[in-house]
Design a protein around this ligand. Structure first.
Ligand code: SAH
Length: 210
């Protein structure tokens, strides 16, 4: 999967994309991430990317032109799907991520800033708005990273064992590792007995919360 990210702040992604599982997915060429900064595509000589909102109100709005030009560069002649992050968008879920992966080889992720993006961008590109949850962040960079992460871990070979993808197994949010007895402030904390029993059927039952 090729992710093309439209952002005013590409360096915010640096360490996240370099480390651990996502870092390895990039080295192994399972995914690639490319950045387009609207600031590089402004047609005014001041490099301005935002303006006051029509109709009044607080804050600034990202201008359409630099974003549309940046997306044009990313798309080339292709009709790549465009996602615009917005707290009012469709909720990102594992199922949504899986569908994206099934239907696209490339996606363009538009990270908003300030009060958001001029509404005409969405209309012109017939873009889908996606939210990562019912809270408001300062920008779309974290949502972009969240989407990249959740889509990437569904790609075969990204996780060490594909079995780690929740949908392929019975998963539990409660997990344990060594030591068998953890000593903390004078008390002993044990691993649930069933996990040490070797009785696979009972273990699966326990994981399902039965
Ligand atoms: N006043 C705007 C909020 C702007 S927040 C409104 O009510 O919609 C600035 C940018 O951060 C948004 O354009 C969006 O790209 C991003 N953002 C903030 N919270 C988000 C969320 N929960 N999900 C997805 N994107 C979000």
């Amino acid at each position: 999967m090729k992710f093309q990210v439209i952002t005013l702040f590409p360096s915010m992604f640096d360490s996240y994309l370099k480390e651990s599982i996502i870092g390895r997915a990039i080295t192994d060429k399972k995914i690639s991430v490319k950045f387009y900064n609207p600031r590089d595509y402004t047609e005014n000589k001041w490099g301005r990317v935002d303006g006051r909102p029509y109709g009044g109100g607080p804050g600034m709005v990202m201008e359409a032109q630099p974003i549309l030009t940046a997306i044009g560069k990313a798309r080339g002649k292709k009709k790549t799907k465009v996602i615009i992050f917005s707290p009012a968008g469709k909720k990102l879920t594992n199922e949504y991520a899986r569908n994206l992966l099934k239907k696209n080889k490339e996606i363009i992720l538009v990270s908003g800033r300030y009060e958001g993006i001029d509404g005409r961008v969405k209309k012109i590109l017939k873009a889908e708005e996606v939210s990562i949850g019912d809270y408001v962040l300062t920008g779309g960079e974290l949502p972009s990273m969240v989407l990249i992460d959740t889509v990437s871990r569904q790609i075969k070979g990204v996780l060490n064992t594909f079995d780690s993808v929740e949908e392929n197994r019975i998963s539990s949010s409660e997990v344990y590792t060594r030591p068998e007895i953890l000593k903390y402030k004078g008390k002993n904390y044990k691993v649930p007995k069933v996990l040490l029993s070797g009785h696979q059927a009972n273990i699966e039952k326990w994981k399902k919360g039965e």
